[in-house]
Unconditional design. Structure first.
Length: 136
């Protein structure tokens, strides 16, 4: 992998870490006492010319996070419309807010780059409250 791509990948991971640090995990999850599975929804504002690079960044973050305790799954979605505000949306499942916070803590401790330019992340943890079968 070329050094420039490696540097950008590390920058994305750092951006994810900075995002969590800047917003604080309490902003992402006010109720951290639950031990039920939670969903991370992270919408990415990214220009058309940075989409493929951002996907590569996401893959590296996925590879790091999937080895962390409490990780269940993740899926990256791409908009069908080039005019959509959020070109990429990540939806990940975690066993609990605590597991997610611990994984982000591990990411902070790693040697993962400094910052990511050109993408804006909107992330929060969610809990299922209704399904097509009724209330949870």
């Amino acid at each position: 992998m070329p050094i420039m791509i490696k540097r950008r990948i590390l920058n994305l991971l750092a951006a994810l870490t900075i995002l969590t640090t800047a917003t604080g995990t309490t902003t992402m999850a006010e109720d951290t006492k639950t031990h039920q599975p939670v969903t991370l929804i992270n919408a990415f504002e990214v220009s058309q010319d940075q989409i493929e690079e951002t996907i590569r960044f996401w893959e590296l973050a996925r590879d790091f996070l999937k080895d962390q305790p409490g990780y269940i799954s993740t899926r990256l979605h791409r908009s069908l419309s080039p005019d959509a505000k959020f070109q990429l949306v990540n939806v990940a499942q975690w066993q609990s807010p605590q597991d997610f916070q611990a994984a982000i803590g591990e990411m902070r401790k790693s040697d993962l780059g400094s910052d990511m330019r050109g993408a804006v992340f909107h992330a929060a943890l969610y809990q299922v409250i209704r399904t097509d079968e009724g209330p949870e």
